[in-house]
Ligand binder design. Structure first.
Ligand code: SF4
Length: 294
C-alpha cells in the first residue's frame, strides 16, 4: 500500500517508508496487535453487558509519559498478523457476543483497517465500529475512515501547550486535537443509541483527570462547550495510574484524589454539559452532579 511508502497517516508526517523502517509511532508496515478480547470497561453503550470486542494495536504516534497502555503503545509489544487474520479476529469477537467492535490506537494502520472492516462486513460483520483514539488525527485520515467507523471514542488529553510539550511529546497537540474533534463531530454528530442501549453512531470525548489538574481540564471543557456542543457525550475518567515514566515526574506519581475528581466534575457542570458518564469504580465518595448523567 502506497500509504506506507511515504507515511503521513498521522500529524507527525514522518514521510518514512515503513516497508524498510519505522516511524515515530514505532511500527513498520506490518499489522501488529497486542490483544483482542471482550472488554467491559468502556462506556455502557460501547461495552454493553458482554463487553466490546476490543483489538489493541501496537505502536502510537504520541509519547505520553504516563501512558496507561505503554507496553504495546510505546514499546510496540505485540504479534504481527496479516489482513486475513485481522478479519478473523473481528469475526471471532462478534461470535463471542461483542456489543461493538472497538479498534484501539489504530491510526498507524488506518488503510488496513478500512480494507479489513470492508471485507469483514462482506463476511458478516454487523457490529458498530468504534475508533478509540488519542484525538491526534489528520483530516485526511479521518476522511479515509468515514465509511468504516461508526463511533469516534476520542481522548482530549489537554489543550495546554506546555503540558503537551512536556508530558506527551507533541506541543502542537492542542491545535491538532481541536481540528480533529470538530471534524469527527461534523462526520458523526451527537451519539445515537439504539433501543437496546447500543451506540450506533456519533462522538464521545474522554478526558482523563490528572493529579493537580496538570492538564488543565477546564480548557478542554471550555473548547468543547463553546466550539463543539454542550450536547456532546463526554466521559470524565478517574482511573489515572502512575505507570511508565510517570514516576520521574513528582506531580504525576500518584493517583488522583476524591477532591480532584470532584472539582473536575464540578467544572463539567459549570459548562452545562448534558450527556456523559462519570466513573465510580476507583473512588469511594462521589460529589453530586446533576447534569452529567450516569
Ligand atoms: S503513522 Fe507513524 S510513520 Fe506515519 S506519520 Fe504517523 S508516526 Fe509517522
Amino acid at each position: 500500500m502506497s500509504y506506507f511508502e511515504n507515511c503521513s497517516l498521522c500529524p507527525r508526517y514522518c514521510r518514512v517508508n515503513r516497508y524498510i523502517t519505522i516511524g515515530e509511532c514505532g511500527v513498520d508496515a506490518h499489522i501488529r496487535y497486542a490483544n483482542a478480547l471482550l472488554y467491559k470497561g468502556e462506556e455502557p453503550p460501547i461495552s454493553g453487558k458482554r463487553g466490546t470486542g476490543a483489538v489493541f494495536f501496537s505502536g502510537c504516534p504520541l509519547h505520553c509519559v504516563y501512558c496507561q497502555n505503554f507496553a504495546f503503545s510505546q514499546m510496540a509489544h505485540g504479534k504481527t498478523i496479516d489482513l486475513a487474520q485481522l478479519i478473523d479476529i473481528y469475526l471471532a469477537l462478534q461470535r463471542k457476543g461483542a456489543w461493538t467492535l472497538e479498534l484501539v490506537t489504530a491510526t498507524q494502520y488506518a488503510p488496513y483497517i478500512v480494507a479489513s472492516v470492508e471485507q469483514a462486513r462482506n463476511e458478516g460483520l454487523i457490529l458498530p465500529v468504534v475508533w478509540n483514539t488519542s484525538g491526534y488525527e489528520t483530516a485526511e485520515t479521518l476522511d479515509m475512515l468515514k465509511a468504516t467507523v461508526d463511533i469516534y471514542l476520542t481522548d482530549l488529553i489537554s489543550l495546554d501547550e506546555d503540558f503537551c510539550e512536556h508530558y506527551i511529546g507533541a506541543k502542537h497537540y492542542p491545535e491538532i486535537a481541536k481540528k480533529a474533534i470538530k471534524h469527527m463531530y461534523e462526520q458523526k454528530g451527537n451519539l445515537q443509541i439504539d433501543g437496546e442501549g447500543r451506540a450506533k453512531k456519533g462522538l464521545i470525548v474522554r478526558m482523563l483527570v490528572l493529579p493537580e489538574n496538570v492538564n488543565h481540564i477546564e480548557k478542554s471543557l471550555r473548547f468543547l462547550s463553546e466550539e463543539v456542543s454542550r450536547f456532546l457525550s463526554i466521559s470524565v475518567m478517574d482511573q489515572y495510574t502512575p505507570v511508565y515514566k510517570a514516576g520521574e515526574f513528582p506531580e504525576l506519581s500518584r493517583k488522583i484524589t476524591v477532591g480532584e475528581y470532584g472539582r473536575a466534575l464540578a467544572t463539567v457542570e459549570e459548562f452545562g454539559f448534558e450527556n456523559g458518564w462519570r466513573q465510580t469504580h476507583r473512588l469511594s465518595e462521589m460529589p453530586a452532579t446533576k447534569k452529567v448523567i450516569q
